[in-house]
Design a protein around this ligand. Structure first.
Ligand code: NAG
Ligand code: ZN
Ligand code: ZN
Length: 372
């Protein structure tokens, strides 16, 4: 073979390996720099989406299997390293020819701790909490990052609680059934049978020889996860935002949801909201109340609203400014702004002012002795 051909061949081989290497990441919609957490999160999201019990689209099952196989390799740091360096071929060599894939359905079940999404599964508790955001965020729309402390399945033992799969033994006391049949002699030659929970394994049917060092056998570990809450413009008060399957994980259940009930923070001296109406209290001086005024009110997003009155404004008067309320949720347009005027009288009057006012109101100047 000519040297050129050899070079070409090896380039092709290398290319093939690289293409393969990209594929497992592609199956999880990740790039090669993905963290362990990213991989977990991607598997969690995509395996639910393509589970054939849930997704009846053509090709969903193939995709589901592909996702499971990708996760199987990438979630295992040793396998991932081999795969990154030597591709699929490297993995095959590592596993002694041929690849042994875990059953994708078992894997799904282990991951979520329940059965298939179509079946009746035990669900973990749903966590409901209130989240206060600023009214300005609800006015303009925004996204807010927040953190949640929760339990996740231990990555090391994948929720078994054992140091390795070799450390999980079928309980010899009950043969794995978790119950023991106790025979008691009532009379000579007469026995009764009773079923009791196996005392050796506590009814689990398994004995763990060496507990997982990562989680101490608890099967779950503490974890702080970041989320982003999307706040749409004009989001209604008390709206619930659901983060599906993001509550505490456990091998005994399919994780429940995190539900956030979103409300605007009450701030003194700021705008108040009622549905898509906004309320504002504006203080004016007695001169403004009598003579009229023009001023600017800074709105939630910083734009200026012109407040203008000619003539007398009574205390408690409410001026309606149309189109300056909250944005109407999932629609166009805005509600109205209601400005209530609060008239503030001066603490005291100078003799000069007093004299002038008396002249205005009574047609003569007040006497010096009337002054305070
Ligand atoms: C209100 O804002 C407008 C626009 O910036 C400005 O032209 C006007 O002078 C302001 N009026 C008052 C009373 O400050
Ligand atoms: Zn563990
Ligand atoms: Zn037992």
């Amino acid at each position: 073979m000519a040297p050129v051909t050899i070079l070409l061949l090896s380039t092709l081989l290398l290319l093939a390996v690289l293409v393969n290497a990209a594929d497992l990441y592609k199956a999880l919609e990740l790039d090669r720099s993905a963290s362990e957490k990213d991989i977990r999160a991607a598997y969690k999201r995509l395996s639910r989406k393509y589970h054939p019990d849930k997704n009846k689209e053509k090709g969903a099952e193939d995709k589901f299997v592909e996702i499971a196989q990708a996760y199987e390799v990438l979630s295992d740091s040793t396998k991932r390293q081999i795969y990154d360096r030597h591709g699929e071929e490297g993995l095959k060599a590592h596993e002694g020819g041929g690849q042994h894939h875990a059953n994708p359905f078992d894997m799904f079940q282990n991951f979520f701790g329940g059965g298939h999404p179509g079946q009746q599964t035990r669900r973990g508790p749903t966590s409901v909490s209130e989240m206060e955001v600023s009214l300005a965020d609800m006015y303009t729309g925004s996204s807010i990052d927040f953190m949640v402390k929760k339990k996740i399945l231990c990555d090391h033992c994948r929720g078994s609680g054992a140091a390795s799969s070799d450390d999980i033994h079928t309980c010899t006391g009950c043969g794995g059934s978790g119950v023991k049949i106790v025979r008691q002699q009532i009379f000579p030659g007469m026995f009764s049978q009773a079923q009791t929970t196996c005392n050796e394994c506590g009814g689990r049917g398994q004995i763990i020889k060496h507990v997982c060092p990562h989680c101490g056998g608890h099967k779950v570990v503490d974890h702080t996860q970041h989320y982003t809450l999307e706040i749409p413009r004009g989001m209604p008060e008390g709206q619930e935002v659901v983060f599906e399957g993001e509550a505490d994980e456990s091998p005994d259940w399919e994780a429940g949801d995190i539900v956030l009930r979103v409300k605007s923070r009450k701030e003194k001296g700021s705008f108040r909201r009622k549905e898509h109406g906004l309320y504002w209290r504006e203080s004016i001086g007695i001169d403004e109340a009598l003579l009229g005024f023009e001023k600017n009110l800074t709105h939630l997003d910083g734009h200026l609203v012109n407040l203008k009155r000619k003539g007398v404004t009574q205390p408690g008067f409410v001026q309606t400014i149309s189109g300056e309320g909250m944005p109407i949720y999932e629609s166009t347009g805005y509600g109205d702004l209601y400005v209530e005027y609060n008239v503030v009288l001066p603490q005291r009057l100078s003799p000069e002012t007093r004299r002038k006012l008396a002249e205005v109101f009574h047609g003569h100047a007040g006497h010096a002795k009337d002054e305070l």
